[in-house]
Design a protein around this ligand. Structure first.
Ligand SMILES: [Zn+2]
Ligand SMILES: [Zn+2]
Length: 297
């Protein structure tokens, strides 16, 4: 199949746009979308020191490569990487290599050192779904601690359009809308502002971009845990036949979060971390009580 914009052979098909694109025009389209998200949200301002959080997912390596290309000629912004070793073999393998190749400063943290546990051990004790949630909280807190200690002003997270879509769909099926209605604009207990340049891009395209950028193609974990893989499977099947579904869900989730934020119609916020409460409970702080605060004592 020929590229929609030139005579080269297409390597990517975008079911939602109906376009086949070659690697050059795919990259152009991809980077334009990420840049638009950054501009629209004013996510890259003079004086910023942004760090990409890396735990081993190729999407994170893709984000690092993209931000490096975007900022390498700018003297008014600084880019770093925060590598969190969750304890699953090679710490952030391909992502760390990408950071080293770009000559980006690396700050490192480890679950074993900070929390006295590893993702592997958590999976054994808590199961996969709970572990995804726990690791999101613990990684976020640790990344925020490293950021605060090193003058990092923003944390870049490789959220794709799939993440809020799956979260929302799963929330709908489970009747737990609190997570969807709560817009997470900071990371960790120390509340470092977050940027999500890939938020309008499907996960498959992020992995494709990672592959083209030589930053790996696979995933060793999900960027946003849903705790409900059934929902993910059902949504994927539906999305296959209706390719705009994930965009629609993500958009609606964003709109609802804005309305909920303005009208304060969520179940309240946690006095400790400002996260969403569900029936008066903060699930994030429950994780901290179990794994982080115990380690502090
Ligand atoms: Zn082309
Ligand atoms: Zn809390």
């Amino acid at each position: 199949m020929q590229c929609a914009a030139c005579r080269r052979e297409a390597v990517v098909f975008q079911p939602y746009s109906g376009k086949h694109l070659c690697s050059v025009h795919f990259t152009k389209d991809f980077e334009a979308k990420a840049k638009r998200a950054i501009r629209k949200n004013r996510w890259l301002l003079p004086g910023d020191h942004t760090a990409v959080v890396l735990t081993g997912d190729a999407a994170q390596a893709a984000l690092l490569v993209f931000l490096y290309k975007l900022t390498k000629d700018r003297r008014d912004v600084r880019l770093s990487a925060i590598v969190i070793d969750e304890g699953v073999g090679e710490p952030a393998g391909c992502a760390r290599q990408a950071a080293e190749r770009c000559g980006i400063g690396i700050f490192a943290g480890s679950f074993a050192e900070r929390y006295g546990t590893t993702r592997e051990r958590l999976v054994q004790n808590e199961g996969v779904a709970a572990t995804d949630w726990i690791c999101r909280v613990l990684t976020g807190d640790l990344a925020a601690e490293i950021a605060a200690a090193n003058g990092i002003t923003r944390l870049a997270i490789a959220t794709t359009v799939d993440d809020p879509a799956i979260r929302f769909f799963s929330d709908l099926l489970n009747g737990t809308v609190e997570q969807t209605l709560f817009a997470r604009e900071t990371v960790g207990l120390l509340k470092i502002p977050v940027i999500r340049p890939f938020m309008d891009i499907p996960k498959t395209e992020v992995y494709h971009y990672a592959g083209l950028a030589g930053a790996g193609t696979g995933s060793t974990g999900t960027t946003v845990p849903t705790g409900d893989s059934d929902a993910e499977v059902v949504l994927a099947a539906y999305d296959n036949r209706h390719p705009a579904t994930k965009f629609a869900l993500a958009n609606l989730a964003g709109t609802l979060a804005k309305i909920a934020g303005k009208n304060r119609i969520t179940g309240g916020t946690c006095p400790v971390c400002s996260g969403p409460l569900e029936n008066g409970n903060c699930f994030d702080c429950a994780v901290r009580r179990r794994y982080a605060w115990r380690a502090d004592e």
